[in-house]
Ligand binder design. Sequence first.
Ligand code: HEM
Length: 185
Amino acid sequence: MGCVLDKSVEGKHLENETPTPSDLSPGEEPRLTEEEIKMLEDCWITLKGDIEKVGVITFIGLFETHPEVQDSFLPFRQLSKKDLELSAILKSHSLRVMGTVDKCIARASQPEKLRDLMSALGQRHISYSAQIEFIEMVGMQFVYAIEPHLKDSWSPELRESWLKLFRVMTYYMAKGMKSTPTKTS
Ligand code: HEM
């Protein structure tokens, strides 16, 4: 059985509108509905076999549309697209991000658990020098990465559910980041 992402989506995200942080900015605490959770669970089963690819495409798309994010990731500064694609560090971070998506879907009906997980992750991202504005861009790029491959099962509701999941994730990451005292020296 062929994988969901066999057909390359190279450059696809560039045809789309430029994602803006304001689309995903944390305002009021976002909550997933039961229908949204069910849609995400079903879709995730389809995508699960290809998570490394989905993650890498997500981050390459993010770096192409927002080179400042690539520059903020020290090991990736100056790397060409080819080198990025081969980068073990990029693959490893992409897998970790997808692993976090997996955990968040598993905790989607228990918002306190999801909050604790993501808030702690947000706190750790301060020491990784990852700005919240950059983290907020990941959800839109993830949607660009999966959309072309879910053809028949794609819908505006599914798109909104994925964006909302990332909104929930980044909302709590932002809270964790804000609650972390900044170093003074
Ligand atoms: C939804 C967005 C993101 C998620 C879920 C996420 C998740 C993770 C996870 C699970 C780790 C492993 C270490 C740990 O658990 O503390 C990690 C590490 C890291 N993240 Fe992220 N991340 C996200 C976005 C970003 C962005 C946008 C940047 C930079 C611009 C970034 C930079 C880093 C760095 C530098 C590390 C440490 C090195 C590494 O493990 O590759 N992250 N991230």
